[in-house]
Design a protein around this ligand. Structure first.
Ligand SMILES: C[S@@+](CC[C@H](N)C(=O)[O-])C[C@H]1O[C@@H](n2cnc3c(N)ncnc32)[C@H](O)[C@@H]1O
Ligand SMILES: Nc1nc2[nH]cc(C(=O)O)c2c(=O)[nH]1
Ligand code: SF4
Ligand SMILES: [Mg+2]
Length: 235
């Protein structure tokens, strides 16, 4: 089953969440059922980007062509990869190659192939995104993935977002929880200014984290790739 692919790139490092620093290839799929105000990958769903429909076998070939032998991990992101049933076949093919597979999703749509993912990051969206979380849906995800290597990652822009994250962490105390700095200027090419702003926001997020008795077991991280490469695409 074909998958609409926006970009295939790497090897690079996973810049976010529970496997930060892991060398990985990326497969970015097209389309999203959300439209977050601050989405840093809007080109996957706002009509400004072009996707190519590919068979899972073609994607594996392209991964090998692009990354050679210098990788053993593939991250599937988007958009929302959960829109595409064909990813199940891609995951199986990656596993046959001996690669581990990670997925990034907002946990709005379930697919059975999620059970097979080695590192699955659920990233429910805080109020600043303009999206609303259906926690009963999230409950089902957490239940179905209870034996998987799953984590929750919430992007924080303000105190209201932080309070939202606290509620979620209290609801799922056993799930590794990551707070992530929000990037408010996803278009600038002024890397020096961007890094300064992002580090300030990270410091602010650390302050919230430190003061919260609810977040004692959560981890607070920046987006490492934006600190290294700014808003550049394909890294
Ligand atoms: C582009 S999304 C694609 C996967 C999926 N749609 C999701 O949101 O989880 C990948 C990750 O980037 C995060 N993200 C998107 N825009 C961001 C921004 N402006 N600042 C920080 N993180 C952002 C999302 O919250 C998500 O965790
Ligand atoms: N290096 C790097 N790490 C990432 N982690 C999550 C990403 C994403 O856009 O989903 C991403 C990305 O685009 N690049
Ligand atoms: S859910 Fe993810 S890809 Fe979709 S709009 Fe939000 S951040 Fe962007
Ligand atoms: Mg990104």
């Amino acid at each position: 089953m074909r998958i609409p692919v926006m970009e295939i790139f790497g090897p690079t490092i996973q810049g976010e969440g529970m496997v930060m620093g892991q060398k990985t290839m990326f497969v970015r799929t097209a389309g999203c059922d959300y439209s977050c105000s601050w989405c840093d990958s809007k080109f996957t769903w706002d009509g400004t980007g072009t996707s190519v429909s590919k068979q899972p076998t073609e994607i594996v070939e392209e991964l090998i062509q692009t990354g050679g032998k210098a990788f053993s991990h593939v991250t599937i992101s988007g958009g929302n990869p959960a829109l595409h049933k064909g990813i199940g076949e891609l995951v199986d093919l990656c596993h046959l190659q001996g690669w581990k597979v990670a997925v990034e999703t907002q946990a709005s749509l379930w697919q059975e192939w999620m059970i097979e993912i080695d590192d699955i990051t659920l990233s429910p969206k805080p109020p600043s995104s303009g999206m609303k979380t259906d926690v009963t849906k999230l409950d089902v995800f957490i239940e179905k993935l209870q034996n998987a290597n799953v984590s929750l990652k919430v992007v924080i822009f303000d105190e209201i977002d932080f309070a939202y994250a606290e509620k979620l962490h209290q609801r799922y105390p056993a799930v590794p929880f990551f707070l992530q700095t929000g990037n408010e200027d996803t278009a600038t090419t002024d890397d020096l200014q961007l890094v300064t702003t992002l580090l300030h926001r990270y410091e602010q997020l650390i302050d919230y984290h430190i003061q919260s008795p609810i977040m004692n077991d959560a981890k607070v991280l920046p987006q490492l790739h934006t600190l290294v490469w700014g808003n550049k695409r394909g890294v």
